[in-house]
Ligand binder design. Structure first.
Ligand SMILES: Nc1nc2c(ncn2[C@@H]2O[C@H](COP(=O)(O)OP(=O)(O)OP(=O)(O)O)[C@@H](O)[C@H]2O)c(=O)[nH]1
Ligand SMILES: [Mg+2]
Length: 260
């Protein structure tokens, strides 16, 4: 299949971005890289420009305001689609996702539209996470599965590969989620749209440098939105049930004369 673009959003990842990009270029030499930086105060954008100056396959999208992970990815998707890439990858800059697992994920795109790197399917794992982060991820995913009625084990992960034509078919104009809820939002739209989604095991490693952007407001955003989508789904199913029930032909009793 054709060209792949690895999109890496960055906010204050000055210590992580260089080794990560080198690992991507080594693991998937045919891929191109797009760093989407929201004017990181620690100079990540300048470092990214340095990488682009040395490697012609690395590009940088500079954004003036920090608008969250979701907005950065939407800008990256638009850039990649406009440039004609057939496959688009989401990957964190903090080293939590291993570029060495990308070739396997990309090959799954031959017969799927969306490949989810999954920590919570057999073979998947998490390294060096404190207990409270494990609990948050397991709990968040369990709630998401129950609320939305889906089977996906890791709906919140951010290591993913899309077929660009499939991504184009989803309406992304109304995606407003900011934090990791963006990942659930995108997955939910993909499932509702009937895309072929598959989970594949990945190893997730806690960042060793820089600071996490995870916050209470990101968790609250996810909780409230997932609850709303779940309720909307149930309401829709109920409406469909009522309509189907109304359409059922009414059964009339017919009288049959019994032989005497
Ligand atoms: N461009 C841009 N990138 C962001 C923004 N917020 C987070 N990122 C990047 O998105 C990726 C994921 O952010 P993290 O802080 O690692 O958040 P997380 O992976 O959900 O949380 P941890 O598991 O604690 O690391 C990293 O590459 C960040 O630099 C933002 O507002 N703009
Ligand atoms: Mg992270």
């Amino acid at each position: 299949m054709k060209s792949a673009l690895v999109i890496i959003p960055t906010y204050n990842e000055s210590e992580n971005i260089v080794p990560l990009v080198h690992r991507v270029l080594a693991a998937v030499p045919e891929a191109k890289v797009l760093i989407v930086d929201d004017s990181s105060p620690d100079g990540t954008g300048v470092i990214a420009d340095g990488l682009a100056g040395v490697h012609p396959t690395v590009h940088v999208l500079h954004r003036t305001v920090k608008e969250g992970l979701g907005a950065a990815y939407l800008a990256g998707f638009a850039w990649g689609i406009e440039a004609g890439f057939a496959r688009l990858v989401e990957m964190d800059a903090d080293g939590s996702h291993h570029p060495e697992q990308l070739p396997g994920m990309l090959s799954l795109l031959d017969d799927h539209d969306l490949v989810l790197g999954s920590r919570w399917v057999p073979g998947g794992s998490v390294e060096n996470w404190p207990l409270h982060r494990l609990a948050l991820s397991r709990g968040g995913n369990l709630y998401t599965r129950l609320a939305l009625g889906i089977r996906i084990k890791d709906a919140t992960g951010g290591f993913r590969a899309f077929r660009a034509d499939a991504l184009k078919s989803i309406d992304l104009t109304s995606v407003a989620s900011h934090g990791y809820c963006f990942q659930v939002d995108l997955l939910w739209r993909a499932l509702e749209h009937g895309l072929r989604v598959v989970e594949t095991p990945i190893t997730f490693t806690e960042r060793v440098a820089g600071e996490s952007k995870m916050s209470g407001s990101i968790v609250r955003e996810s909780l409230s939105r997932v609850t709303l989508w779940g309720l909307e789904r149930r309401a829709r199913e109920l409406r469909e049930l009522v309509v189907r029930h109304r359409r059922l032909p009414s059964v009339r009793a017919t009288q049959v004369a019994l032989p005497r």
